[in-house]
Design a protein around this ligand. Structure first.
Ligand SMILES: [Zn+2]
Length: 719
């Protein structure tokens, strides 16, 4: 492992954080990914800051590259040998096969249960930034009981001064949110009328509900009560007329000049899940959860607009009023997004899976980024290839990749539709953009798109597994060069970044907390993205990297199109690895214990005839478990005669002492000598030497560990 490879990125991150802080951009460089908090990054100050976000990285890479060019050899990569504490074997994962459904779509069967079927006719009015929509929703009542009350999301109503989303933004931000009180950032979705086939107009029964926080001013969820219950197994058809007002780009939706991104733009029914409606309000830290089905969407826009959307364009119609109607269809997805702009440069490409399945790629670029078309296409095709090989097939016919006109619309995932993020000055050496963002958002096609876990309640299953899946970048660009490839001697890989996020707020919340119940937005981000990826990276040391990859493959294939739970995932990992990992999950996933081991003391006491044998020493090494997280560790001890040995400790007691009578003194001790324990919150205290100056290089044998530790600790002071 070369020096600084991961550290460089981490340094860039913290410097960026400092710059961001100075510029009052509270969420730092996370801007480029789809961290919900950062979606509201359109404040002018933050926009200025975003223009600097690559420059500081470039600057520090130059400094680092000129300062450090040394390299160290890797240590041996061996798994931990101690069997963890035992607990009863968990039950096998549940079966996911539904009658009449085939996730492979063979024999004409649908891939999902298709609970919903949306037929939407929408017209975009660029002059007043509104969408006039007529939505027909056919809902299949597969809840197993009759239903007369149905909840719906109206996400755009989050962009109102008194909404819960805005409350939480104000609570967590250190400033800058006042801008959102400007009316141009207001969004809304007004249901003009709801009719139910066979029951007539039910608009009067509409009622806003606030299941999460009781905020009487939040209008992001409404429910409608029908005069007659819909029997189990029956279908009900809603006809909803709505008028949506798009905000100026905020939280990955809205307009910017001629550009518009239509995300979360139509009334969307909640999910019946585990015997209750699951239809949460729109929070600053939460994403989405919806049932699978078929979308047939007509989008009418002025004819000079280029349009991209989820699914396949099946027809185009020219209208007498100078507009074009684009018809899209997509099956077995749970959302539909679209974009339109007069300035898009469109590039078409395709990718063919080894199975023969063909995917049409549609790339829509801002004209100033037209020279980056090939880079976008390359990473898109490589992602399709890797995810197909590693996790399972991408079954859809299309993938639309959008380069949005504003960073606040960038880095977002919708089914078969992603937005990237790039920068006019983005030389190929800095692989950070656009490749990292496109890869991350593409990864969501699998975890958010197809596996479709509940992002309100278990965001880690999507964002965290997806962050871990960024190892695809390591495979494409090299394990230690996946972000920056040998720029003046400096290279940057993937996991330093994840660990840096984890260290910023390692233990305030467990992974499994509901999105809006985290202590802060920063804790949500650090835990959901960085800690989950670090938990999975550390899991590699227990079951092996290949086993974990196999487990993710099994998890994907088994649970795609089904909305699995956290336990479905954890049990799959245990099943595939053949190991009982409950002790680890209880702490790393369900718990908030901190993991920190320390070499507390080294000593060598000369022995004589009274105390032992002359010429011998009593060498003692004391290892302390400083945190509450119990994890078996390896300790490597070196002696003055060159002897080196490894001890294994189960970590269950608070400390352990290794005692030797030898003709040599102890020279150094290092915990986790193979550097697999990414969850260890402090790498500095993992080793100790008797003569610090002489063995400084060995004390932290991988320098990037040292730097990432240093950066992580500084970062923690910023949040
Ligand atoms: Zn994401």
């Amino acid at each position: 492992m070369k020096l600084f490879k991961q550290a460089t990125l981490v340094i860039g991150a913290v410097v960026g954080k400092a710059v961001d802080k100075a510029l009052k951009r509270p969420y730092g460089w996370l801007l480029v990914l789809d961290h919900p908090i950062t979606r509201s990054s359109d404040h002018p100050i933050r926009k200025t800051a975003s223009k600097f976000k690559y420059l500081w990285l470039v600057f520090f890479l130059i400094v680092l590259g000129t300062l450090v060019r040394t390299s160290h050899a890797d240590g041996p990569q061996s798994p931990l040998l101690i069997e963890p504490p035992k607990s009863p074997q968990p039950p096998s994962p549940t079966s996911t096969s539904f009658p009449g459904v085939d996730p492979d779509g063979k024999n004409g069967l649908p891939r999902s249960q298709r609970v919903v079927n949306y037929n939407i006719d929408a017209r975009w009015n660029p002059a007043n930034k509104t969408i006039a929509g007529q939505e027909t929703l056919i809902y299949r009542n597969l809840t197993g009981q009759s239903q007369d009350t149905f909840p719906f999301h109206l996400y755009l109503n989050a962009f109102q001064p008194k909404s819960t989303w805005m409350r939480e933004e104000r609570r967590d931000r250190t400033g800058g949110w006042e801008e959102y009180l400007a009316p141009r950032y207001f969004g809304s979705n007004n249901v003009v009328a709801i009719e139910v086939s066979g029951m007539g107009d039910v608009t009067d029964s509409m009622k806003f509900i606030v299941p999460d926080d009781g905020n009487p001013d939040d209008r992001t969820v409404f429910q409608v009560k029908l005069p007659k219950a819909v029997p189990a197994g029956a279908e009900v058809t809603f006809k909803i007329r709505f008028e949506a007002k798009m905000p100026e780009v905020i939280a990955r939706t809205g307009y910017k000049n001629s550009f518009v991104l239509g995300g979360q733009w139509f009334p969307k029914v909640g999910v019946w899940w585990h015997n209750a409606w699951n239809c949460h309000q729109f929070h600053a830290t939460t994403e989405f959860f919806a049932d699978f089905g078929v979308f047939d969407v007509k989008l009418t826009v002025p004819k000079e607009y280029t349009v991209g959307a989820s699914g396949e364009e099946v027809a185009t119609r020219t209208n007498a009023d100078g507009t074009l109607t684009h018809e899209y269809r997509v099956e077995d997805v749970h959302d539909f997004a679209w974009t339109a702009d007069t300035r898009f440069v469109q590039v078409n490409d395709s990718w063919k899976a080894p199975s023969g399945h063909q995917v049409k790629i549609k790339l829509l670029l801002q004209p100033q980024h037209a020279d980056q078309a090939q880079r976008h296409l390359d990473i898109t095709r490589q992602c399709l290839d890797h995810f197909d090989r590693w996790f399972g097939p991408y079954p859809y016919n299309t993938l639309t990749v959008v380069d949005p006109a504003d960073a606040a619309a960038g880095g977002m995932e919708y089914p078969t539709f992603i937005t990237g993020d790039t920068f006019a000055y983005s030389p190929r050496q800095f692989l950070f953009l656009p490749e990292v963002v496109v890869e991350h958002e593409f990864g969501h096609q699998y975890w958010y798109g197809m596996v479709a876990t509940n992002e309100f309640e278990d965001a880690w299953l999507d964002e965290g597994i997806n962050s871990y899946s960024e190892k695809v970048l390591d495979d494409i660009y090299g394990k230690d060069t996946s972000i920056v490839n040998n720029f003046m001697g400096a290279s940057v890989g993937e996991f330093g970044y994840q660990r840096m996020q984890y260290l910023s707020t390692p233990n305030a919340d467990p992974l499994v907390r509901r999105g809006w119940e985290f202590m802060t937005g920063n804790s949500y981000g650090g835990i959901t993205y960085g800690k989950t990826a670090t938990v999975l990276k550390t899991l590699e040391s227990l079951i092996g990297e290949q086993k974990l990859q196999e487990a993710l493959h099994v998890y994907f294939m088994r649970y795609r199109f089904t909305h699995p739970t956290r336990e479905d995932f954890l049990r799959t990992v245990e099943e595939v690895s053949g190991k009982n990992l409950r002790w680890y999950f209880d702490q790393a996933v369900y718990g908030t214990q901190s993991l920190d081991y320390e070499v507390a003391r080294l000593s060598s006491e000369p022995l004589n005839s009274d105390t032992g044998q002359p010429g011998m020493y009593r060498d003692q090494v004391t290892i302390l478990r400083k945190g509450d997280f119990i994890f078996p560790v390896t300790v490597e001890i070196k002696f003055s005669n060159g002897e080196k040995l490894r001890e294994l400790w189960d970590g269950r007691d608070r400390w352990v002492r290794f005692v030797y009578d030898k003709s040599a003194t102890v020279e150094s001790a290092e915990i986790d000598p193979d550097h697999q324990l990414f969850l260890d919150a402090n790498f500095f205290n993992n080793s100790k030497t008797v003569t610090p100056n002489a063995t400084a290089a060995k004390k932290i044998s991988n320098y990037w560990l040292f730097v990432s530790q240093w950066i992580g600790q500084i970062l923690a002071s910023f949040v």
